[in-house]
Unconditional design. Structure first.
Length: 269
């Protein structure tokens, strides 16, 4: 049986792929787009089974690696579609595409599907808007061994192609979930997870807090930080010391600093 080959950028299959850039379409279909050889390889390593894999041999920087990935996707049941260069460039959403694009199940678990390990380290992102920041936090979570990343009152969905791109595919290697702030706080409380809120309005530095137990490091939106409601319900509030003129750090940087302090403390026990 031969693989489908598409060369026309006006093909309806390609129009359907482009439509997945819209959140409403992604959520309705339960799928999203994953672009890039490295990112798709990581997703496959994490157990993702693509619905379809679209490839363009002409754009592949490493033809053998690309061909091997195509066969891996075929082996887990993905439909394989070859695209001409113009057709692929129509559906690619990043500059300098490398000839690999997959349609995959949208990432994300319902909270009641998550089982936390003992002394879990969780990263909680309330109202974070920018896909680049969410992606950067996912890369930190992957590197630090965070058990779960939760988006509370999410502005951007985990299946946003720019979140996936900026995360380098780690949105598929780290468990992620999304829910309202009230649902998240209730769920964490039921599991004995204490909230450690990052805020400049405290005298306790992040290195002075005990981060060795089951904790969720909480960060807020880029502009306003954590909401008053979230801060009021936090078990602990910590600040990152700053001596410069700027009055805030990038949210992804703040998350990384506190998460790695938790990692340091856990290693020294």
């Amino acid at each position: 049986m031969f693989d489908l080959v598409i060369t026309s950028p006006a093909n309806q299959r390609l129009k359907d792929l482009v439509a997945l850039r819209r959140r409403r379409i992604r959520e309705s279909a339960g799928v999203t787009l994953l672009e890039g050889l490295e990112e798709t390889s990581l997703a496959l390593d994490s157990g993702v089974r693509p619905v379809a894999l679209f490839h363009c041999p002409e754009l592949m920087l490493d033809e053998q690696a690309g061909a091997d990935l195509v066969e891996r996707a075929r082996g887990v049941g993905a439909e394989i579609v070859e695209l001409g260069r113009i057709a692929f460039e129509k559906v690619a959403y990043r500059e300098g595409p490398d000839g690999i694009l997959a349609k995959v199940p949208a990432p994300g678990l319902a909270l009641d599907e998550v089982e936390l390990p003992d002394n879990a380290l969780v990263l909680l992102c309330e109202g974070v808007e920018k896909p680049g920041n969410l992606g950067a936090m996912l890369r930190t979570a992957d590197a630090a061994g965070v058990a779960l990343v939760i988006a509370a009152d999410p502005v951007t969905d985990w299946g946003n192609p720019n979140v996936i791109r900026s995360s380098k595919g780690t949105v598929f290697s780290v468990p992620v979930a999304a829910a309202s702030t009230d649902e998240v706080w209730t769920w964490l409380a039921e599991r004995g997870v204490e909230i450690v809120a990052t805020t400049p309005d405290t005298d306790i530095e992040h290195t002075d807090a005990d981060l060795t137990g089951p904790v969720a490091v909480a960060v807020g939106s880029e502009k306003y930080g954590l909401t008053d409601a979230a801060l009021a319900r936090a078990h602990h509030k910590v600040r990152i010391p700053m001596v410069g003129r700027a009055n805030s750090l990038n949210v992804a940087t703040s998350a990384a600093i506190v998460v790695y302090e938790a990692v340091r403390q856990r290693r020294s026990i």
